[in-house]
Design a protein around this ligand. Structure first.
Ligand code: SAH
Length: 215
């Protein structure tokens, strides 16, 4: 079914593949199908497929398509994965995750963003997402452990509860930086006797605000 955004959407995916070297075809395929324009404010709908983050309500942003693709790819999801997402915002990243994994537990601290994201995801027919409004730096203990945890906001350090709620073999992808405006995209994989840490370069996210993030 045509929604009028096919050309812009496939240009976005071409850029992800050729310029940003995103190699996971499943991630590219999902982003080629999802109506990203339905996750941004009506007034800037036509900008939804551009190569940058965009403002949403409450001074927050919908992440740049490349960052969504990269973070998703780094989680190495399977159709059975249980995923915790912190900072659902518009719900776009949530929808990408929900298209690739088994069950998504999403947390957003701003009430109006949480309820709008929930409504959007419901309208689009996602039945494998449980979303709540809370401080995600505490994780979501009752649904732990997770195969993947994605944090879409920058933190000065890795929140300890998130490490505890990761399965052995599970991956946490999170932007970490002491400067509130710039971070490094970090992936931590839980091993039998600790964590393996990898750095995927500089990035810039809105701050993760909470008990184990920015105060
Ligand atoms: N992936 C989202 C990104 C939204 S920006 C999207 O593309 O739309 C990051 C979000 O993290 C913001 O909505 C912000 O309110 C939220 N956030 C910040 N600190 C948080 C916390 N402690 N718990 C849950 N959400 C948080």
């Amino acid at each position: 079914m045509s929604d009028g955004y096919e050309i812009l959407r496939s240009a976005m995916v071409k850029r992800l593949r050729e310029h940003y070297l995103i190699r996971n075809e499943k991630v590219l395929d999902v982003m080629n199908r999802l109506p990203r324009h339905r996750f941004v404010p009506e007034a800037i709908k036509h900008q939804a497929y551009k190569d940058n983050a965009l403002p949403i309500a409450s001074n927050q942003t919908i992440s740049q398509p490349f960052i969504v693709a990269r973070m998703t790819e780094l989680l190495e999801l399977t159709p059975n994965s249980r995923v915790l997402e912190i900072g659902a915002g518009s719900g776009y990243q949530t929808a990408v995750l929900a298209s690739l994994a088994g069950k998504i537990f999403a947390v957003e601290r701003i009430p109006n963003l949480a309820s709008e994201a929930q409504e959007r995801l419901q309208k689009l027919g996602f039945h494998n997402v449980t979303l709540r409004c809370a401080d995600g730096t505490n994780g979501w203990e009752v649904y732990a452990p997770f195969d993947g945890i994605l944090v879409a906001a920058g933190s000065p350090e890795v929140p300890q509860p998130l490490l505890e709620q990761l399965k052995v073999g599970g991956r946490l992808v999170i932007p970490i930086g002491k400067d509130p405006k710039t971070q490094f995209l970090i992936r931590m994989t839980r091993t039998a006797n600790g964590f393996q840490t990898e750095d995927f370069g500089a990035c810039s996210f809105v701050p993760l605000i909470g008990e184990h993030g920015w105060k």
